[in-house]
Design a protein around this ligand. Structure first.
Ligand code: XMP
Length: 519
């Protein structure tokens, strides 16, 4: 089955951090879509893609700025249903003869409520319990509608929150229906694709088949090595690639010395017991810890780690007889926070080790079959591929490991202390039956010593922070609401059992404004 046998939707990306969430919402309704950066889209490329509908994403630019991004003008004469979101709405209005103005007290960021003005097909299932909560994030706003458009919903600072030209099937909204904080947003997209005539024939099984076909087409008869990090992503990538190309694949598990207690053994056992995939266990802890020793800048740490991974992979590419391809379990959130996913203009938040942390000089080509997916989708794909549930349900563990949980200087003694505290925190979570309610939990060793008193002696040891969050896809997160009893018991255990820590704090920052990891 190829993607051409499915109805296709084109998302033109203007660089919003949440564009991929549009794709995700569509996949939830079994719609096949692709995201193309605005600067790679032409009238011809749209015609050859042959979409049944087009969505114009949000983005950080202002249409009022010279040379700001636009859609190809011919798009609006192709007779296709079009939905513009946030910047996409402003682009539509600007290109169709309406007017956009900047801020002046009408900027809106965060939660807002839209009131209905009139009914239309995309609002089916909306406003059943009164005004709808939506998520706004805009400085500019539409001040005059293009010809043919009418208002269907307003919010206090967005008189044109929901607009449409029903004759042409053009829809334009100021808010982001794709984010969780627009609770009825998925229904809005479903209404749009229903109206455009999509049948919803795209499933994870179809995704798997397509991914396998793409891997085969990309690598041909060449050898591939796949970096296993211990997390779900790289394991799913490895099993998928093995299904595609069999023995052309060798996995390389790099022990960076920055793994959690027992992590390396668990991953190796899972692979050796369940799969017949050649696996190299590369103990490179001296190399990684040596190069990181004394480093304190977060981006420098990430860049060093990215480069060392590649050095190790290149070494093993030679040892297996010349692998031309390096496979990684890179996910969409890794990509969007590191570089722009589709070449569009989004902003770098941090260099994930397998994306922005890669060195410019690299002899191998990348195979990244999960690059469009979110973590929960990867878990579904893992189940589809038959990975054991216990493995699929594991908390994420980042490639740079404990290095990004040791703000300030990295030293071996600090990493050892951190590892001991971390295992106690996880043990507590498991004992209290909370593991599956939590997206990810870990300890951060802080670059600060504090004074304490233990027995009758003064101590001067490190403070640490516990971090535990709930999340659906890692893009946004909330801190986990442990009871005081749990926190007290865990702090006592860490202080009693780990020499080197005498103070424990709990991080109650959500994402945004924080990120999940501290670096
Ligand atoms: P942040 O800190 O960006 O983390 O909110 C979101 C998710 O990504 C994981 N993470 C990484 N995973 N390489 C990885 O494989 C990285 O460089 C990296 N940085 C963050 C993080 O653990 C969380 O699950």
């Amino acid at each position: 089955m190829t993607e051409n046998s499915h109805d296709r939707l084109l998302i033109i990306d203007f660089g919003s951090q949440v564009t991929q969430l549009i794709a995700r919402r569509l996949r939830e309704s079994n719609i096949y879509c692709e995201i193309h950066p605005y600067n790679a889209v032409t009238a011809d490329s749209i015609r050859s893609f042959a979409p049944k509908a087009v969505i114009l994403s949000g983005g950080p630019a202002s249409v009022l700025t010279e040379n700001s991004p636009r859609a190809p003008q011919e798009l609006f004469d192709m007779g296709l249903p079009i939905l513009g979101v946030c910047y996409g709405q402003q682009v539509m209005m600007e290109q169709l003869g309406g007017k956009v103005e900047s801020g002046q007290g009408t900027a809106e960021f965060g939660r807002a409520y839209v009131a209905p003005k009139a009914d239309m097909p995309l609002l089916e299932g909306w406003f059943t319990d009164g005004d709808e909560q939506v998520w706004m994030s805009h400085g500019d706003h539409v001040s005059e509608l293009a010809d043919g458009f009418k208002v269907y919903g307003t919010s206090p600072n967005a008189p044109f929150a929901i607009t449409a030209d029903l004759r042409r099937n053009f829809f334009a909204v100021q808010f982001h229906p794709e984010v969780h904080h627009t609770p009825n947003g998925a229904r809005f997209y479903k209404n749009f694709t229903d109206l455009a005539g999509f049948t919803g024939d795209w499933t994870m099984d179809a995704y798997k088949d397509q991914a396998i076909a793409k891997i085969r087409a990309q690598v041909g008869t060449e050898k591939v090595i796949c970096g296993l990090s211990g997390g779900v992503d790289s394991s799913v990538a490895a099993v998928l690639i093995h299904e595609a190309i069999g023995d052309q694949l060798t996995c390389v598990f790099v022990d960076t010395g920055l793994m959690r207690e027992g992590e390396a053994d668990e991953v190796i056992a899972m692979f050796r017991d369940n799969y017949n995939i050649p696996l190299i266990h590369a103990d490179e802890s001296e190399l990684f810890l040596g190069e990181l020793d004394g480093q304190s800048d977060p981006e420098t740490k990430r860049k060093i780690i990215g480069k060392l991974f590649i050095d190790v992979f290149e070494k093993h590419a030679k040892s297996v007889g010349g692998a031309k391809f390096l496979a990684q379990g890179t996910l969409y959130p890794d990509v969007i926070e590191s570089v722009s996913f589709s070449g569009g203009p989004s902003v770098t938040i941090k260099s994930h080790h397998n994306v922005g942390g890669l060195p410019e000089r690299m002899d191998m080509q990348l195979v990244e079959p999960l690059r469009e997916l979110f973590k929960d989708e990867v878990r579904d794909l893992g189940r589809e591929l038959g990975l054991p549930d216990s493995f699929v349900g594991r908390h994420p563990f980042p490639g740079p490991g404990l290095a990004i949980r040791c703000p300030g200087e990295i030293t071996r003694p600090k990493i050892d202390i951190l590892r001991k505290a971390d295992v106690i925190f996880l043990d507590q979570i498991r004992k209290h039956g909370l593991y599956n309610d939590i997206w990810q939990a870990f300890v951060v060793i802080l670059p600060v010593r504090t004074v304490g008193v233990m027995g009758d002696n003064r101590t001067y040891d490190f403070a640490c922070a516990l971090r535990a969050v709930t999340s659906v896809d890692g893009m946004t997160a909330d801190y986990y609401p442990f009871t005081h009893e749990f926190l007290g018991e865990t702090a006592t255990r860490i202080i009693n059992e780990v020499e080197g820590i005498n103070r424990v704090t709990y991080d109650i920052t959500s994402k945004p404004p924080g990120t999940i990891e501290w670096e």
